[in-house]
Design a protein around this ligand. Structure first.
Ligand SMILES: *Cc1c(COP(=O)(O)O)cnc(C)c1O
Length: 354
């Protein structure tokens, strides 16, 4: 069998949830498991994190699948309903919905209480992606309060720069000014805000990436935050080559050997979700030792430097990312973020639990 697989460490998921609890002890935890649990398997993650106070997903089908699997806690649809056809389904399965625009509010008004729901009213406090604009908020909130069948209302917003130097101050001030005097539960914090800005915790925190053991920050590693990576992408060396000084490796010959060297071929490529933009020098571990990739990533394979690992041979284990090679380091080398690599592991990669 092909040696490539993704191993999901459910104990690491639970460890990361416990860390969320210590950081936001007074908040309820809405674990974000959209995008197939950031690539880890939605139901697998939900089972591992069944202690969560709620789950957030994107699609109504995901909410239904969670209910059918027996989860009883709050389930939130993060972009709300995509059409009125989803309203009866969401209501029947007691899925809470985000209302981020007036069209969605009108949909609830038109239902005239036929499909009771809990609502998270999303305010655009500066990200300018989803949400009711500050000048419309009060009108929309009052209308929402008057809609029959709308049960609990929670006020929410989402931060654009919680992970960077700009922080959350402006958006938080906007949110607090708008919601002052409204006694409704509030939800603001993604992983970055949860970790850096306790003043955003409020009633419900919404951690995603940190649950999976990757960092929301460019300048702080998951390890230093006390997080454990939940996914290990591992494979093995399937071929080796001795090459001469001046020889080139892979498509385009972008890597050229300075001296004679031994290289290994790993069974993992961009069709598996390994980033094709990872350049020569991207970290990888072979037989437990850190080394680097060489040349371009192919569809099904990539090459690694075995110069400093004489004990490596065909069959030696390779960690593409995991505890030894942070997914964030691979992502950084490839000009992306850990989020993208985790949720893009291809369907052909077998996923196992440990
Ligand atoms: C995805 C998402 C989150 C989780 O963000 P992380 O950066 O992964 O913690 C929180 N809130 C909303 C609205 C989201 O869409």
């Amino acid at each position: 069998m092909r040696p490539l697989q993704a191993t999901i460490d459910t104990a690491a998921l639970r460890h990361n949830l416990a860390l969320v609890r210590t950081k936001a002890a007074d908040s309820k935890v809405l674990s974000v498991i959209k995008a197939n649990g950031y690539g880890h398997g939605m139901l697998r993650v939900a089972r591992a994190l069944s202690d969560s106070d709620g789950f957030a997903v994107l699609r109504v089908e995901e909410g239904v699948a969670l209910r059918q699997a027996g989860f009883r806690q709050l389930i939130l649809l993060l972009e709300g309903l995509f059409g009125e056809d989803e309203l009866p389904v969401a209501s029947a399965h007691a899925l809470a919905v985000v209302v981020h625009c007036e069209e969605q509010l009108a949909m609830l008004e038109a239902a005239r209480g036929k499909y009771p729901l809990d609502v998270f009213l999303k305010i655009n406090t500066g990200m300018n992606r989803l949400g009711i604009s500050p000048d419309r908020f009060r009108t929309v909130y009052d209308r929402l309060e008057a809609v029959q069948g709308v049960r609990h209302v929670t006020l929410m917003t989402h931060f654009a720069t919680a992970d960077g130097p700009q922080g959350v101050a402006e958006q938080l001030a906007c949110f607090n000014a708008l919601t002052q005097g409204i006694h409704r539960p509030k939800s603001l914090a993604n992983s970055a805000a949860l970790l850096r800005f306790p003043e955003t915790h409020e009633d419900w925190v919404r951690p995603g990436i940190m649950l999976y053991g990757a960092s929301p920050f460019e300048d702080e590693t998951a390890w230093s935050l006390g997080l454990k990576p939940a996914m290990t992408l591992s494979s093995a060396i399937i071929a080796e080559q001795w090459i001469n000084a001046g020889a080139r490796v892979g498509y385009g010959g972008s890597f050229r050997a300075e001296q004679p060297m031994r290289i290994g071929v790993v069974s993992c490529g961009y069709a598996d979700g390994y980033p094709r933009h990872a350049p020569t020098g991207t970290p990888v571990a072979v037989a437990g030792k850190l080394t680097r990739t060489l040349g371009r990533v192919s569809m099904d394979m990539l090459c690694v430097d075995l110069s400093s690992i004489p004990e490596a041979h065909i069959g030696s284990p390779v960690e593409l990312w995991g505890a030894q090679v942070p997914v964030d380091a691979v992502a950084h080398a490839a000009g992306t973020v850990g989020y993208e690599l985790l949720c893009r592991v291809a369907a052909r990669v077998p996923m196992v639990e440990c």
